[in-house]
Design a protein around this ligand. Structure first.
Ligand code: GMT
Length: 390
């Protein structure tokens, strides 16, 4: 770590990032953040149980440390937390990290606390920043079997961020928090997410020039994927359309079943998990997100960055992203009629659709990674300085 005396900012920090390496939003944010920090000259060490899905290129500043959990006949449940804590101790000591940034409270914040205590016995005081992403607070974290640990590990972190003001407020309302919590919203990297016109792909999906509606998620209960099908069925009666369902998860089967029951399955394509999501978004006209809970709505931001307006619920942090009547529309959770009405309004007129597409893109620009990255960098510096002063 070096000090740039002109700017008085710390450059070349060594940061350990802990996250879920799968397709979930928190893992995507953590990975994209690490990649951007690496491009900005910081040394980034991912410490996860498998290679993060979007860590798909070589950079001299990026390192990956796999957490391997030993198997033993006695273990009904593999002790992942102990393996992760031991790995954190090892990587912090030998790579001489300046800070650990853990994403998602359970179990990463509590494991970071354990690692911090062990490291203190070596005389190392590693600052820990915890980023809360949503369900770790709004769903899982509130469960009595987790809440004492969640409360304790948030309070013991040296810095805590949430991805929206709503999530910050829910954190303060749901747990006995004794420290300040900073809001740093989700972001988008426009070097990847921009409209990549794929006319041949559009023609293949919508040969009669139908409108293309899209939903991407992990098909969990909170995503209300059956509402996506219900909304589509209503829109399709008025405006000939196709629906692309991207992603996979426990609710996919029910959504497929409902599409058959409502007689729209011939117009709905379930595409499963897709890496090149920006190419599919780029041929789409409207994004549906009827979630019952959504701390921020990263998938909606990715759509907006590809000029796709959003019809969503008004759950949690969504109104902080989707501006009603500008980048799309907001409705109460479960109000399928209202969402269908808004979708038809956006789609029925070409000029209006174009205006919504432009406005969605302009809104997404406000979350450009070049605006959000400095917020994380200066927060890290603040936390490192605070821990140094004791
Ligand atoms: O959406 C999910 O269920 C995945 C989840 C995660 O933590 O992986 O996403 C949450 O974090 C994203 C990134 O910060 C947010 O944009 C999502 O809104 C949030 N999901 C929910 O709150 C349901």
């Amino acid at each position: 770590m070096a000090l740039d005396t002109n700017e008085l900012t710390i450059i070349g920090m060594k940061i350990g990032i802990v996250c879920y390496p799968t397709f979930g939003g928190s893992g995507v944010v953590a990975t994209e953040l690490g990649k951007a920090l690496a491009s900005n000259g910081h040394e980034i060490h991912f410490i996860t149980y498998s290679q993060p899905a979007r860590l798909d290129f070589f950079s001299e500043n990026l390192y990956y440390h796999e957490v391997a959990v030993a198997q033993y006949p006695l273990f009904d449940f593999s002790p992942y937390e102990s393996a992760l804590a031991s790995k954190l101790v090892d990587v912090v000591r030998f790579e001489k990290l300046d800070l650990l940034h853990v994403h998602y409270a359970i179990p990463h914040a509590s494991v970071a606390y354990l690692a911090k205590q062990i490291l203190a016995s070596y005389g190392i005081h590693i600052p820990v920043v915890t980023t809360l992403h949503g369900t770790d607070i709004t769903l899982v974290g509130k469960d009595k079997s987790f809440s004492p640990v969640v409360t304790f590990s948030i309070n013991q972190s040296d810095g805590v961020t949430t991805v929206s003001e709503n999530l910050r407020q829910q954190t303060l309302d749901s747990f006995e928090i004794t420290r300040d919590v900073r809001v740093i919203p989700n972001f988008i990297d426009f070097s990847r997410f921009h409209n990549k016109s794929r006319e041949h792909f559009k023609r293949a999906i919508a040969p009669e020039n139908e409108r293309i509606i899209i939903h991407t998620s992990n098909f969990r209960k909170v995503k209300n994927t059956q509402d996506v099908i219900r909304i589509f069925e209503k829109v399709n009666q008025v405006i000939p359309s196709k629906l692309l369902m991207v992603g996979d998860g426990p609710e996919r089967r029910n959504a497929e079943e409902l599409a058959r029951q409502l007689g729209v399955s011939q117009d709905v394509r379930f595409l499963g998990k897709q890496d090149a999501i920006e190419e599919i978004l780029s041929v789409s006209d409207l994004f549906l997100m009827p979630s019952s809970s959504e701390s921020f709505g990263l998938a909606a931001l990715e759509a907006m960055a590809c000029q796709v307006p959003v019809v969503s619920s008004n759950a949690d942090g969504l109104p902080e992203l989707n501006i009603h009547g500008v980048s799309g529309f907001l409705s109460n959770v479960g109000d399928v009629d209202d969402m269908a009405k808004h979708a038809i309004h956006v789609l029925e007129d070409c000029n209006r659709l174009k205006a919504f597409k432009d406005a969605a893109f302009a809104r997404a620009k406000e979350f450009d990674i070049t605006r959000i990255l400095p917020l994380y960098e200066s927060y890290y510096e603040e936390v490192i300085e605070k821990v140094k002063k004791g």
